[in-house]
Design a protein around this ligand. Sequence first.
Ligand SMILES: C[S@@+](CC[C@H](N)C(=O)[O-])C[C@H]1O[C@@H](n2cnc3c(N)ncnc32)[C@H](O)[C@@H]1O
Length: 331
Amino acid sequence: MLYIAILGNLPEMAMDEVKAMLELAGGEIIGKDYLLLTVRADESAFPFLNRLGLAHEYGKLVLKANSVQELLQKAERTEWPIQGVFKVETETMSNCIHDVIDIPKKLGAVIHAQGFRVNLSAPDTVVRVYCGEKLYAGIRRCFFDPKEFERRKAHYRPFFRPISLHPRISRAMVNLTKAKREILDPFMGAGGILIEAGLLGLKVYGVDIKPEMIAGAKINLQHCGIRDYVLKLGDATNLERLFPEKQFEAIATDPPYGTSATLAGRKRNELYRKALRSMYNVLREGGRLVIAFPITFDGKMEGEKIGFKLISRYYQRVHKSLKRYFYVFEK
Ligand SMILES: C[S@@+](CC[C@H](N)C(=O)[O-])C[C@H]1O[C@@H](n2cnc3c(N)ncnc32)[C@H](O)[C@@H]1O
């Protein structure tokens, strides 16, 4: 059993991202306590879980308890899989109903009594205790360092355009497609989504209507060490011509929203409708499209009209004048 702590700003999207990775890895979510998921999966799922964008950490779940007393009793009967020196940390979620203030000391003493040494400044093993409605103790296996994602934000890239999604969200969009080999972004801009996909080892295909974006996205991809890419100058409403005979495994994209120059002179809703149709035509049967639309466009109705099946959608308020849905469609 594993535990996975997801981020709280888009919790449904975060949970579905985990689900998508477990569908690839073999495993399932069996419990949820606020932002803590309990998962049936083994170590073979780690390479897929390592892909996550909207997660805080994951690890091996060692025990679950209804009270602090029960936690400590169970801890005494547990053979702790500690390597080297260890430390206990607690994470108090906003639904926590237990008094966990002494847990690091008390649980630390129980584990210490089994012959393991504590080291608070440089532990080899971190024992994590999550408090929600219940208590969960586990061994951390992976921490998704926010600094890693921050470093890839648009303004740190050599080619900068202020139109990019947060890398964590781009990463989650890629994962929600369940892509294993390749992905297309037909409105790639500066390449934010393609960077996240490329870092996962996917072959990336990008299209943009502006030549400076092709040059810029190439610089950004190379800057991130991504070599397996195909970038084409062209129109997202005519992908069949750009990629004759090609049926993509997956598509993730963030089309232009506004009245700004990024629409390249087109009427927004008409651009969306035509692009949806074209994406449908170049997506393989059973393939997924993950796409963001402002809430003023009925993506569900327009997607279903074309033949897409809506799997889910997630609402996000970016600021007063930008509220959007992320849609997951399947062909
Ligand atoms: C919101 S930006 C994409 C940002 C991108 N997701 C990123 O993270 O960098 C939209 C991009 O779509 C491009 N675009 C606009 N109309 C297009 C069309 N008809 N076909 C292809 N690209 C188009 C714009 O030039 C712009 O670069």
